[in-house]
Design a protein around this ligand. Structure first.
Ligand code: ARG
Length: 569
């Protein structure tokens, strides 16, 4: 699907360049309008250009500027009408035939992603639980946001390599209850100096490749891996394991390289690296000779750029690690490991998960919430909700269980993704399972509504395809027009998310689409039935096509968000 905003932007860029050949950096601002009064899209460049001219001592007025820009817009088939309004706004009305052609394209060729200028090799570091510890709610956000970003990048055509970066810990024989084992060891580690010393020694031995220590450590990894994989399967997350240990034998070389470049300073037996403008240094070698989290991240970055050929590195971790990554990126840049002009590097930070009391999310007893327990509770609550609405009366056992999973995992993922990730967010099953408001449940219902209308009307893919050539997509009713315009904004929304990596924009778009859809079928009959007999008298095929285009875009967005829609719920 053509990116409408992008195309309009190009048209106005040309118009502005023609009008003001001397203003090379004139801002081109075209965006979807907020209300019908302002046309479908708006160009707000005239005011900014007026300011620029003023700065150069040239007298002008924004309305005149807007009028001249409008007169220079090249011939095109998108725009039906342009008007200058108010202080110098340019209101753009799209032509129905253009919107209709985009929607037809969705129906014939499927939803197409926006064009990406260059295909990148992306390496996404996310989830990253710690070996020997259970995955907890803190890892939930990284897993959900990371997976969704990967799906987006892949969907638009990038080549994505997904990485999880589990930390290794102290070493011991195999155990069945890793969590209890970890707690015990941590207790001893904190209270027993001798134990602590041995633990540190073992880390150095492990890093040095001691085979006994390695064996023990591998056993722990196996236990952890099984538990992690279980959760990944439930959340439908795919990734490749790349533990910190993967970078083990690269670390000495990374340190040596930094030393050769004169970046390393000795500080009370430690080796540290300072980054311009930053007070705290990275520690690359501890006084006992061990490497650190910093060293492995420096090694990982180098490996991802040089061996993996990554030219877009993404790290999805809690915002608290922002400074750590600033240092890692800074040191790597200064050491010439990557060139920011070639390689895009992003730390995708996120806030803390809070309980409904606005304090850090804990169990009643004050312990960290295990992810498995959380997902189990989600399943239970989703089923309760469906039963409360008596869905178990109409759905088959299979359909009910599919709906239960869609709701349970969907609501947990969506609640996370629909909040601006940089903020802390309050985890509330009650809120996320509400079928009103911006929730997965509301979206899932909106989608099943379309599928149910199609079933009622006896319409399937074949009948839609066969009427495509001789039926116009209905766009004349204001609610049809509103829905059509919403659908075609999908590519511009994806482009925006690719810029700032803020997934909630896509969720807001989905919510807008679902509410617009509701307005549409509250106002526009799609299927007319005989009042008495209930027999179908008329099916409005133009509206069916509009519904189908909506469903296709929703399916694509669901896929990116990691939500599995069901056709009955
Ligand atoms: N395992 C770490 C944790 O649980 C997160 C690792 C993030 N990735 C990285 N390359 N440092 O806190």
């Amino acid at each position: 699907m053509t990116d409408c905003q992008f195309t309009l932007n190009e048209l106005f860029k040309k118009a502005i360049a023609l009008t003001f050949p001397d203003l090379s950096d004139a801002p081109v601002i075209v965006q979807a309008s907020q209300g019908d009064k302002f046309g479908d899209y708006q160009c707000n460049s005239a005011m900014a250009i007026n300011q620029m001219l003023k700065g150069k001592g040239i007298k002008s007025n924004p309305r005149e500027i807007a009028t001249s820009i409008v007169s220079n817009v090249p011939q095109n088939d998108l725009i039906q009408k342009v008007e200058v309004a108010g202080a110098g706004f340019i209101n753009i009305c799209l032509s129905h035939s253009f919107v209709s052609s985009l929607l037809k394209d969705v129906l014939t060729n499927g939803v197409q992603p926006p064009a990406v200028p260059v295909k990148k090799r992306c390496v996404v570091d996310f989830s990253s639980p710690n070996i020997a510890k259970e995955m907890h709610v803190g890892h939930l956000r990284s897993t959900i946001i990371g997976e969704s970003l990967c799906r987006l990048l892949e969907y638009v055509g990038h080549d994505v390599f997904t990485d999880k970066f589990p930390n290794y810990l102290q070493v011991s024989p195999p155990i069945s209850d890793l969590q209890a084992f970890y707690k015990e060891s941590k207790k001893r580690f904190d209270s027993d100096e001798a134990f602590k010393k041995v633990a540190y020694e073992k880390v150095v031995e492990l890093q040095g490749g001691n085979s006994d220590v390695r064996k023990a450590w591998n056993l722990i990894c196996d236990v952890s891996r099984k538990e992690f994989d279980n959760i990944y399967q439930r959340l439908d997350v795919t990734l490749i394991e790349r533990g910190e240990s993967f970078y083990q034998n690269m670390m000495p070389k990374v340190v040596a390289d930094l030393e050769r470049k004169g970046k390393v300073i000795e500080d009370e037996g430690r080796k540290v690296v300072f980054v311009q403008g930053q007070k705290v240094p990275l520690t690359v070698v501890k006084s006992d000779g061990g490497f650190t989290y910093d060293t492995s991240d420096l090694a990982a970055l180098q490996q991802r750029v040089h061996d993996e050929n990554g030219d877009w590195l993404i790290y999805v971790t809690d915002a608290g690690q922002g400074d750590h990554f600033k240092l890692i990126f800074g040191a790597s840049r200064e050491a010439g490991v990557y060139d920011p002009k070639v390689t895009r590097v992003d730390h995708v930070g996120f806030g803390v998960v809070l309980g409904e009391d606005k304090k850090k999310f804990k169990t009643r007893s004050g312990a960290t919430v295990r992810l498995v327990d959380l997902l189990d509770e989600g399943l239970k609550r989703a089923l309760d909700k469906l039963k409360e609405k008596e869905r178990d009366q109409v759905l088959s056992a299979e359909e009910l269980s599919a709906a239960q999973e869609a709701v349970a995992y969907g609501c947990v993922k969506y609640a996370d993704l629909s909040h601006n990730r940089v903020n802390d967010y309050v985890f509330s099953f009650d809120k996320m399972l509400d079928d009103k408001g911006n929730t997965a449940v509301y979206l899932l219902y909106a989608y099943t509504r379309i599928r149910s209308i199609m079933r009622t009307a006896n319409i399937d893919r074949k009948s839609l395809e066969s009427c495509l050539n001789n039926t116009e997509i209905s766009l004349d009713h204001p609610k049809e027009w509103k829905l059509g315009k919403c659908i075609i904004r999908f590519p511009e929304i994806l482009s925006r998310v690719m810029d700032d990596l803020l997934m909630h924009t896509l969720c807001e778009f989905m919510y807008e689409m679902a509410t617009t859809l509701t307005e549409f079928y509250d106002n526009c009959y799609c299927v007319e039935k005989d009042r008495k007999t209930g027999e179908i008298i008329k099916v409005d095929m133009g509206r069916m096509l509009l519904l189908e285009a909506t469903a296709r875009v929703m399916e694509t967005a669901f896929h990116i968000l990691g939500i599995k829609p069901v056709t009955k719920m």
